[in-house]
Design a protein around this ligand. Structure first.
Ligand code: BGC
Length: 380
């Protein structure tokens, strides 16, 4: 089949998702959302999923690229270069953090990786919950997929340098409380963050076999099993909290995830996510205490649960969630961050609109999750 015939077969939303992502890449980084001022930055976490989605989408749905490769792969490569540059440029600061952690000294925020960066590479404005550890782990996890699919061999020296540095950084600081992937609860240790680090370390070892990550991975696993479960035996949102969070889907990431999708612990966790956070026909909330824009249902979480369901063989359940997400694309095909048909606490909606403007739309990461599920449903 010719490339044009492939593209023709794709749904409008699939093609629009590719376009939204490619249009919002600048200097290698991806804007989280082009229309919301607070989100006109690039995050490791959002970008890691975007690059992962493009890596897979580029296999079958190549967007023609002038260099003869897929536009998606070119874009993913530029993002990985962008991350590697940011990390390598901060090598001295990260080395200071690694030394402090080894001496048991308190960490200094200025010497850690930021959560959001301007696409030119400078750190975003300081008034943000910057210390987050899932993003660098997810970057390595995403990079390993790119390297495997696109057969990048040998690993470019600057990527190798960045992966080694991030591995040592995460190995040194993984026990530290930090903000979670929702940029909340900075004094807690989050199980989803640990799961992202766990996956990132596994991916690092696949990329650079000489790295030694097994002891840390074993420590993280033991820590989670000892301190990261709810009284009823699900993965907990954070240490000491009897609550789940939809971000615990991170525990079953493909390739290097903490748990297999059909592991009994994962099954119990997803069952509680569905019980506490999935409103039938209305998508998935982040957690029961969410008040951000009233705490609506997140498009990317509905799609993430769908992606997870494709991994457990529940394709009908996955399609239902995909249809829900598709029904919430606006007239142009843009997918927002969340929809507020059902809010956990509607009194907060206006507070956030006044602070940040309308709900982020399009959210580039939502479109990435759409591509991921489409890839997983291909041929199912
Ligand atoms: C979300 C983060 C995300 C950021 C940019 C925040 O509101 O909680 O997960 O990285 O927006 O999309």
């Amino acid at each position: 089949m010719t490339i044009n015939a492939y593209l023709h077969k794709l749904s409008k939303l699939h093609r629009h998702s590719q376009q939204v992502i490619l249009d919002n890449q600048q200097h290698g980084g991806y804007l989280a959302c082009p229309t919301m001022p607070d989100y006109q930055f690039s995050w490791f976490r959002d970008g890691a999923f975007v690059a992962y989605a493009l890596t897979l989408d580029g296999i079958y749905n190549m967007v023609p690229h002038r260099a003869g490769m897929s536009g998606q792969w070119d874009s993913a490569m530029k993002f990985h270069q962008w991350c590697a540059r940011i990390i390598n440029d901060r090598a001295d600061a990260l080395e200071r953090t690694i030394s402090r952690a080894a001496l048991g000294q308190p960490l200094v925020l200025a010497d850690t990786l930021n959560a959001r960066y301007q696409t030119e590479g400078a750190a975003g404005p300081a008034d943000w919950p910057e210390f987050q550890l899932d993003g660098p782990g997810l970057w390595v996890w995403s990079l390993a997929k790119y390297v495997e699919v696109c057969r990048v061999k040998p690993l470019p020296a600057d990527w190798e340098c960045a992966v080694s540095l991030v591995t040592r950084y995460l190995t040194a600081v993984w026990r530290s409380p930090c903000y979670d992937c929702w940029e909340e609860r900075g004094d807690d240790v989050h199980i989803s963050t640990l799961a992202a680090i766990y996956a990132g370390l596994g991916a690092a070892q696949r990329l650079i076999p000489a790295l030694s990550v097994e002891a840390t991975r074993a420590d993280i696993r033991t820590f989670i099993l000892e301190h990261g479960l709810t009284p009823t035996g699900e993965l907990a949102k954070s240490v000491g909290l009897d609550m789940v969070d939809a971000n615990l889907l991170l525990a079953a990431l493909p390739d290097d995830g903490l748990l297999a999708p059909d592991d009994p612990l994962m099954i119990r966790t997803v069952a509680r996510i569905e019980r506490d956070l999935l409103v039938e026909g209305h998508g998935v909330h982040r957690h029961t205490a969410d008040t951000y824009y009233g705490g609506g249902a997140w498009i990317l979480l509905g799609l993430w649960l769908a992606w997870h369901k494709t991994q457990t063989g529940d394709f009908a359940g996955a399609r239902k969630l995909v249809a829900w997400a598709e029904a919430h694309a606006d007239a142009e095909g843009n997918l927002p961050e969340q929809v507020c048909d059902v809010m956990l606490d509607g009194t907060y909606y206006d507070v956030w609109v006044q602070q940040r403007g309308e709900i982020a739309n399009p959210l580039v990461w939502s479109h990435a999750k759409y591509l991921l599920v489409q890839h997983a449903l291909r041929g199912a």
